[in-house]
Design a protein around this ligand. Structure first.
Ligand SMILES: [Zn+2]
Length: 127
């Protein structure tokens, strides 16, 4: 299964991203993310050219790879990462939204905005 991502709509402006949320995916442990029994390799490359158009990212669930186009801004790369992460989770649970780019995109945007607007939630000990 392959998923390409070319989002539409607005993404929160980069200026509003708190410094502690700017840690890029390049700092992810060994550039891998574990989703259930799968461990996806996160690959950053300037652009994704195998499909016509300007894609921000893609997920290859069988190959366990997430590719992010690094020529875009950090905020776009972060949002793209969340988008691809949702594909990985939807794939794990065989959710039908995995084929619904619009829903995946809205969930990624909502999640990204909630993380950006509430940087304290991951430092609170009681939640
Ligand atoms: Zn997608």
């Amino acid at each position: 299964m392959r998923q390409g991502y070319r989002p539409i709509g607005n993404i929160t402006s980069e200026e509003s991203i708190p410094p502690n949320c700017k840690s890029s995916i390049t700092e992810a442990k060994n550039n891998r993310v574990k989703i259930g029994y799968k461990e996806y390799e996160i690959i950053k490359q300037p652009e994704i050219i195998e499909v016509k158009g300007d894609y921000y990212g893609k997920t290859e669930t069988d190959e366990e790879k997430i590719t992010i186009a690094s020529k875009f801004s950090q905020k776009v790369q972060n949002q793209t990462f969340l988008h691809e992460l949702l594909h990985c989770i939807a794939s794990k649970y065989d959710l039908s939204i995995n084929q619904d780019e619009h829903t995946i995109e809205l969930l990624a945007t909502g999640l990204y905005e909630a993380i950006i607007d509430n940087p304290h939630i991951f430092t609170m000990k009681d939640i």
